[in-house]
Design a protein around this ligand. Structure first.
Ligand SMILES: Nc1c(C(=O)O)ncn1[C@@H]1O[C@H](COP(=O)(O)O)[C@@H](O)[C@H]1O
Length: 163
């Protein structure tokens, strides 16, 4: 893409979320979308989270993908402090398999939305694809790349055989 400053911020509550959130990173790489990946925690680094959220727009971020597990307050707390759309990814937690993460992200009070994706790897992948779709509304080359991705995916499924 012509732009080189990050357009998408991929943040997560802990380095332990990287196995999941790397799927978002890989998808953004595939579409050559400039992005940054950082650990930011509402619970453990509240000052950093505030700074990240309040400076996101002026730094040029157009979408934030926020992944967290357990009491996953990060996406909602970031959404509360920026106008940049926040896509929440529930990371699979050890104790409750991510149901806690999902409910923490999806049950926002009216007025402060976060989009919420599926638990785990496919949620991270789809959040990135959603970010690509959002950016593609005003970037024709990215729109074409997304259309090609969809067509290739459809061809793959059509050519699959059952043994
Ligand atoms: N949910 C949050 C937040 C937050 O929402 O601010 N910060 C860390 N965490 C989550 O705690 C889990 C366990 O973290 P550790 O593996 O570091 O103990 C991770 O899934 C992380 O996202």
């Amino acid at each position: 893409m012509a732009e080189d400053k990050p357009l998408v911020g991929v943040i997560m509550g802990s380095t332990s979320d990287w196995d999941t959130m790397s799927h978002a990173h890989e998808m953004l790489e595939r579409f050559q979308v400039p992005h940054e990946c950082r650990v930011v925690s509402a619970h453990r680094t509240p000052d950093l989270m505030r700074e990240y959220a309040t400076t996101a727009e002026e730094r040029g971020l157009e979408v934030i993908i926020a992944g967290a597990g357990g009491a996953a307050h990060l996406p909602g707390m970031v959404a509360a402090q920026t106008l940049v759309p926040v896509l929440g990814v529930p990371v699979k937690s050890r104790a409750l398999q991510g149901i806690d993460s999902l409910l923490s992200i999806v049950q926002m009070p009216g007025g402060v939305p976060t989009a919420t994706f599926a638990i785990g790897d496919s949620g991270a992948k789809n959040a990135a694809l959603f970010a690509v779709a959002q950016l593609a509304t005003t970037r024709e080359p990215l729109r074409r790349a997304l259309a090609e991705f969809r067509a290739a995916q459809a061809d793959k499924v059509k050519n699959e055989t059952l043994s």
